[in-house]
Ligand binder design. Structure first.
Ligand code: SF4
Length: 262
């Protein structure tokens, strides 16, 4: 845990060492979730994001990314996030002055109304911007969900073409893909270890609930399914479901000091 909190995950290390880095990150997240700190769900997402960012800093990629400030093609596709990630964004919005908070809530409600029940394809085709996008910039950048952090591209032309409806493949450097997986595994494993849901919810609808219910986070932490009516990410490939389960089981066992299942 000390090594991981100093430098994050080392992608040049052998497989088992990388697994132990994810387990250490999960353990740090579990410690946050088990604390009595108010807002600990949001803090757990922040810990997962810090693990991702620190790891990214210490694992330079051979491939540069084309993502730059003001380029926001990818902020027009559907985003899903875990409950803690949603609460972290809600905290960021709640810090705003009252007028700005009201504006942000209005944008979230309008975006939810437009995108509710849309498929990812419909969402992309309709070029509907994320409610958090303001003047071409993410207004909650430091708190943005893991899905946004991991989604990078080596070619802005590909992103522009995809935005304009052309069939393109968006290539993400392996470092981002690997660290996004590690981020998910650590956060999902930690949530599973403390018996909280690790499902990923449609961003606008879930954020609206987190902003409209003043005690949303406390109710969620006490086991209430406040996101019951929100669309959630479904993984349809049975092999991917089985593989996710196996990894989460390993992370939970390792983080709780039990024997790791193979
Ligand atoms: S949260 Fe920020 S980075 Fe993510 S899609 Fe919305 S505007 Fe873009």
């Amino acid at each position: 845990m000390a090594a991981v909190s100093r430098r994050g995950m080392d992608l040049t290390a052998k497989g088992p060492e990388q697994t132990w880095s994810v387990i250490a990150a999960a353990r740090m997240i579990i410690d946050v979730l088990r604390s009595r700190a108010p807002g600990r769900a949001a803090k757990s997402a922040k810990t997962a994001h810090e693990f991702f960012e620190l790891s990214l800093k210490n694992n330079p990629s051979k491939f540069g990314i084309a993502c730059t400030k003001g380029c926001a093609y990818c902020c027009h596709v559907s985003v899903t996030a875990t409950a803690p990630e949603i609460f972290l964004v809600a905290h960021k919005i709640r810090e705003l002055p009252q007028q700005d908070f009201g504006d942000a809530l209005m944008r979230v409600r309008a975006a939810d109304q437009r995108t509710r029940n849309m498929s990812s394809r419909q969402r992309a085709n309709n070029k509907i911007p994320c409610a958090m996008l303001k003047d071409g910039l993410c207004s909650v950048y430091e708190a943005r969900p893991g899905a946004c952090r991991g989604f990078t591209s080596v070619s802005a032309d590909d992103c522009r073409n995809g935005f304009n409806g052309l069939p393109v493949q968006i290539n993400t450097p392996a470092v981002w893909t690997a660290l996004r997986s590690a981020h998910k595994q650590a956060l999902w494993g930690a949530l599973a270890a403390v018996n909280l849901p690790h499902e990923c919810y449609e961003f606008h609808h879930a954020l609206r609930i987190a902003l409209e219910l003043p005690d949303a986070e406390t109710r969620w932490l006490s086991g209430e399914d406040i996101f019951a009516g929100v669309a959630r990410e479904i993984i349809s490939d049975p092999a991917a479901v089985a593989s996710n389960k196996r990894i989460i089981d390993q992370v939970v066992a390792g983080a709780l000091g039990h024997e790791i299942p193979q």
